[in-house]
Design a protein around this ligand. Structure first.
Ligand SMILES: CC(C)(COP(=O)(O)OP(=O)(O)OC[C@H]1O[C@@H](n2cnc3c(N)ncnc32)[C@H](O)[C@@H]1OP(=O)(O)O)[C@@H](O)C(=O)NCCC(=O)NCCS
Length: 323
């Protein structure tokens, strides 16, 4: 008998305000054509002044609970992947816990930047396998717009705000690749690359800071490392590229998504793409894409999904799961 963490519900939330590429032309030396052709991004949602990461996360969590037909008090743990928690502490996850009216169980944040959701899913899976929790709410939520240097055209046009959430539940299974649920995970990081993608603030500066990135360098690492980690995760599950129904990648740049799919020998009609509508929402991008992919009718029960992501650290990884 094998324990599997199976997806019971999924949901997302996007702030109302949509900003088109053209809006940046008024304040920056940029163009819709440049942004589309270099990144695939056409628009992004930005949080309003009063909105917090915990607010976005709570909306996504409620949508996932509704999809699962569950109440908050049936959840044992909340893991929230974010690099834009509202306060240094307490965690945004405990704020979500309070917003949901959940007074038992435990909640904490995971911070692995754009790879955060893959790290959070892996942590949730491990908690379920270890018998620490039966049902885990896993959320990715970000307000990256608060980290932008709005004078830096090389970064501020690429990011957006949003949240997505999944509910995982413990089940007993046969232990084969045909099982539903998380089949394998692969996590990596290499702190030597901290200077190519970071935020220049924190306790060392006493400020929140702004995002700084060497885009070309990040791009160079991304395609290679994403394809490697996806292959490693598939291999651990005893599967290969031909078994994949959907790649649900971190949505940073269409050229990275296409390059990774090509290396994996998976055609683009088996990739869920939302980057054109959301931009890069960091740890929120995979659960957003899972939720949108399901709503579009792309992702169906029994589908074999590979999620893969890379972000600051560098930190990267992949999860193979059967929906
Ligand atoms: C950022 C990125 C889109 C830039 O694309 P690129 O093809 O590498 O472009 P370059 O960096 O070579 O820049 C080319 C030129 O465009 C300019 N440029 C940068 N942003 C611009 C913008 N928004 N509009 C117009 N020109 C821009 C640069 O200043 C540079 O000009 P220069 O040649 O005069 O110096 C690309 O490198 C990328 O997506 N990298 C990965 C970023 C990422 O996904 N990070 C998150 C990972 S989680």
């Amino acid at each position: 008998m094998t324990i599997r963490a199976v997806v019971r519900g999924v949901g997302h939330y996007l702030p109302d305000r949509v900003v088109s590429n053209a809006e940046f032309e008024a304040s920056l030396d940029t163009s819709d054509d440049w942004i589309r052709s270099r990144s695939g991004i056409e628009r992004r949602h930005l949080a309003g002044p009063g909105q917090t990461t915990a607010d976005l996360a709570t909306r996504a969590a409620k949508a996932a609970l509704e999809d699962a037909g569950m109440q908050a008090d049936e959840i044992d743990a909340i893991i929230l992947a974010t690099s834009t928690a509202d306060l240094t502490f307490p965690s945004a996850a405990t704020m979500v816990q309070a917003n949901l009216g959940m007074t038992r169980g435990f909640a904490f944040d995971v911070q692995a930047v754009c790879a955060g959701f893959v790290f959070a899913l892996t942590t949730a899976n491990a908690l379920i396998i270890a018998g620490q929790a039966t049902r885990v709410l896993v959320i990715g939520a970000e307000i990256f717009s608060r980290l932008m240097d709005w004078t830096d055209r090389g970064t501020c046009v690429l990011f957006g705000d949003g949240a997505g959430a999944l509910i995982l539940e413990r089940t007993e299974a046969a232990g084969t690749p045909a099982d539903r649920g998380i089949l394998s995970t692969d996590l990596n990081s290499d702190g030597r690359h901290k200077d190519i993608l970071y935020v220049d603030g924190g306790t060392s500066t006493g400020t929140t800071g702004k995002l700084r990135m060497e885009g070309k360098e990040v791009f160079r690492h991304a395609v290679e490392k994403l394809a490697e980690t996806a292959h490693a995760a598939l291999e651990k599950a005893g599967l290969g590229s031909a078994d994949v129904d959907w790649i649900v990648p971190h949505q940073a740049n269409i050229r990275i998504i296409e390059g990774t799919a090509k290396r994996m020998q998976v055609s683009m009609d088996r990739v869920v793409v939302t980057v054109q509508d959301h931009g890069n929402t960091s740890a929120a991008s995979i659960p957003l894409a899972l939720s949108v992919g399901k709503a579009r009718g792309q992702i169906k029960p029994g589908d074999l999904i590979v999620t893969e992501a890379i972000g600051g650290g560098l930190a990267w990884g992949a999860v193979v799961l059967r929906w």
